[in-house]
Structure formats: structure tokens, C-alpha cells
Design a binder for this molecule. Structure first.
Ligand code: HEM
Length: 350
């Protein structure tokens, strides 16, 4: 079986001088050995029907006590390929104990256990929860503007930027673990009966989560112009290429989201792409060969190599490659193309 992760193309980007880029990564404080990141989604046939459901979930996150509360949570929104509206909360806990205390608290258990599984209901719910050790997690940025886990983890300088393989090198475990998948390719999608059911996906080892984020609220006009003319239009093409070619790219799920104010749901000048990949090796290969991604990457690098302004945009990435068995993906009354459902076997839950 081919292991794509062991055949990286180490081509350097011409003229890229890492000294020009103020690269930073998060560090786990002493005593913190893992991070728990949960995506909690509400999908609905129309935006209107999800309002009460979204408020109920937000309240469960807001009302948690000191022992159980997430250290941070964010909100995002997108309309999926089947036209369903999706509201997502992205919540972080600093240990499994704290996450489990929240998940097993009675208000949360009552909410999850009571979710409507009537296939005629306009709502579906999902949770994708990752428990990731410090050596299998990275957050990288050139900015100090808080986003994702840098809202609560300190940043420190790093030189692991600007060459193929940088994402991998920033995961300490990659020094001894190929972070590979047992699958050569993502299995072709199948359509299962999923509405009316509670399902848990059986996931193989090596699954990689990548969230790419962009915040442009602090950009000056020149940078905004580069963003609007050279990057923004093609990012959509790159994300579409991942979504349209899951087997070739290894991309099981990609959600292109607008970030929103947690309470009001108002759009923010922030967006994120949430991706689940068969393995880091698979997405490395796609990122290194897709012309659209190469164009976005080189425009970005050029902003630092030939500066015409001081970049203020926060373009950041978060990567998790949890150990086997450390991702829980459950879908309640969701449509068959949600998350991992088309690609891996499922177990039906009571
Ligand atoms: C606005 C959107 C994006 C921008 C501006 C962007 C830009 C970049 C840049 C600048 C790099 C080089 C980083 C470095 O050397 O440290 C890079 C690498 C990479 N990107 Fe993107 N990217 C975007 C979206 C995505 C998405 C949505 C994915 C996949 C879900 C992705 C996957 C990758 C991967 C896997 C690499 C690393 C390849 C390697 O290390 O060999 N990118 N991207």
C-alpha cells in the first residue's frame, strides 16, 4: 500500500526568506497535555427553523460552570452542498476531564438524548469531537490577533514556515510517527439511510483535521485589495476542488464558514474552512499540486517577500492528528452527505 506521507516533495518556494515572516505557534502551558476541540452542528432545511435550536445549544455552552465550561467557544455558519443551513459551535476544553464533565452534565445529556429523530423534522444535529495530545496539535500564524486556540494558548516564535513539509514539522509527533492512514484512498462515497437515526462513524487512524482561518478586520486598503482580487476569489475554487474530488484529495469533509458573533449570530470579518482529511499525507499531496492552492500560497508569501504594506490579515491554520480512537463523530437525524457519513461504516446508536 502506498504511504504518501513518506514521499514529501521538499521543493522550497523560490525567493522565500523565512526571516521575513513573523511565524508563531501556540505552546501548551505546563501541565496541559491535551486539547479537546468539539464541532457541534445544527443543520436545518431553512435558517428560520434553527434559531431556537441554536439558542438552546449556545445556552448549554454559556451556562456551564467553572468546572465544565469550555475555555473558549466560537460560532460559524455555512450552507452545505445539499442546501442545508448549518450553525456550528467550535468549543475548546483544556482537558478530557473538563470536557467529559460538561458532556455528562445533566442539562447536556438531557438535550442530546431528547433530540428529535423524526425523519420529517427539518433539523439534524452532529458532533465531531477530537482529543489531541500536545505533540499532535499545531496552530500557526504570522499575527498576534487572537483566533481559534490562540485565544487561550500563548504564542512563541517558530522558524518552521515557508517550505513543503512545514505543517508536518510543526507536529512534534511527526518526528517518530508517519501519521499515515491504512487506506490508500478515501473510500468512494455511498448513500446510507441516515435520517431518523443516531449514527456514529467508525473512523480509521490517521484522520487529520485542518482549520484554515482568515481575519481581515484590521487590513488597510492595499492589503484588502490583494485579498479581494488575488486570494478571496480563488480560495472558493480550492475549497470546491476539495469538496468535489474527495477520493483524489482525501478530503472527507470541507465546510467553508463565515464566523459569527457567538450571541447575536451577526457576521464577523472572519472566515474559516474546516476540513477532515484521510491523512496529513493526502492533503499535503493535494495542497502541493493543486494550481489554485499554489497561487494562493505564492500570493501570500509574496506579501512578505516584497512588502508594499505591513500585512495585518491574520491567516492562520490549526491542525490536529489525534491518536487512533480519539475522534468521536456522531450524527442525529442528519442527511446522508453530512461529515464522515458517506465514507466510513457507521454504528447505529440507541
Ligand atoms: C485562505 C485559504 C488558504 C491560504 C491563504 C493558504 C495558504 C497557505 C500557505 C501560505 C501555505 C504555506 C504555509 C507554510 O509554509 O507554513 C499553505 C500550506 C498548506 N495548505 Fe493552505 N492555504 C489556504 C487554505 C487551505 C485549505 C482549506 C487547506 C486544506 C484543508 C490547505 C492545506 C494546506 C496544506 C496541507 C499545506 C501544507 C503543505 C506542506 O506543508 O507540505 N490550505 N497554505
Amino acid at each position: 500500500m502506498t504511504d504518501v506521507s513518506t514521499s514529501p516533495d521538499q521543493t522550497e518556494v523560490a525567493d522565500w526568506d523565512p526571516k521575513n515572516y513573523p511565524g508563531k505557534v501556540t505552546r501548551f502551558p505546563d501541565g496541559m497535555t491535551e486539547i479537546v476541540m468539539g464541532l457541534f452542528g445544527i443543520q436545518s432545511r431553512d435558517e428560520e427553523s434553527s434559531i431556537a435550536a441554536t439558542d438552546a445549544l449556545r445556552e448549554l455552552l454559556h451556562a456551564a460552570d467553572d468546572r465544565t465550561a469550555p475555555v473558549s467557544f466560537e460560532r460559524a455558519h455555512y450552507v452545505d452542498g445539499d442546501g442545508w443551513d448549518n450553525q456550528i459551535f467550535v468549543a475548546y476544553w483544556i482537558s478530557t476531564g473538563r470536557y467529559e464533565a460538561w458532556w455528562n452534565s445533566s442539562p447536556v445529556r438531557q438535550w442530546w438524548n431528547a433530540l428529535d429523530t423524526d425523519p420529517e423534522s427539518p433539523l439534524g444535529y452532529w458532533r465531531e469531537v477530537l482529543v489531541t495530545g500536545a505533540d499532535r496539535h499545531q496552530y500557526a500564524t504570522g499575527s498576534t490577533s487572537p483566533a481559534g486556540p490562540s485565544r487561550f494558548l500563548p504564542l512563541e516564535p517558530s522558524s518552521k514556515f515557508g517550505y513543503w513539509g512545514a505543517y508536518r514539522d510543526r507536529l512534534a509527533a511527526s518526528g517518530h510517527d508517519p501519521l499515515a492512514s491504512p487506506f490508500e484512498q478515501l473510500p468512494p462515497p455511498v448513500e446510507r439511510v441516515t435520517r431518523g437515526k443516531r449514527l456514529r462513524s467508525r473512523l480509521p487512524e490517521g484522520i487529520c483535521y485542518i482549520r484554515e482561518g482568515q481575519t481581515w478586520d484590521e487590513c488597510q486598503p492595499l492589503e484588502r485589495e490583494v485579498w479581494e482580487t488575488k486570494m478571496e476569489p480563488v480560495i472558493g475554487d480550492w475549497v470546491a476542488a476539495l469538496g468535489d474530488h474527495p477520493v483524489d484529495t482525501g478530503c472527507a469533509s470541507i465546510r467553508f464558514c463565515r464566523e459569527q458573533d457567538v450571541t447575536t449570530g451577526a457576521d464577523l470579518e472572519r472566515q474559516s474552512q474546516f476540513g477532515f482529511l484521510l491523512s496529513l499525507g493526502h492533503i499535503e499531496r493535494a495542497a502541493r499540486t493543486n494550481p489554485v492552492h499554489l497561487a494562493v500560497r505564492s500570493t501570500f508569501m509574496d506579501m512578505y517577500d516584497n512588502p508594499k504594506f505591513t500585512p495585518q490579515m491574520n491567516i492562520w491554520v490549526e491542525v490536529h492528528v489525534p491518536t487512533p480512537g480519539s475522534i468521536t463523530a456522531e450524527y442525529v437525524n442528519c442527511h446522508p452527505r453530512t461529515g464522515f457519513l458517506p465514507f466510513f461504516d457507521v454504528e447505529e446508536l440507541p
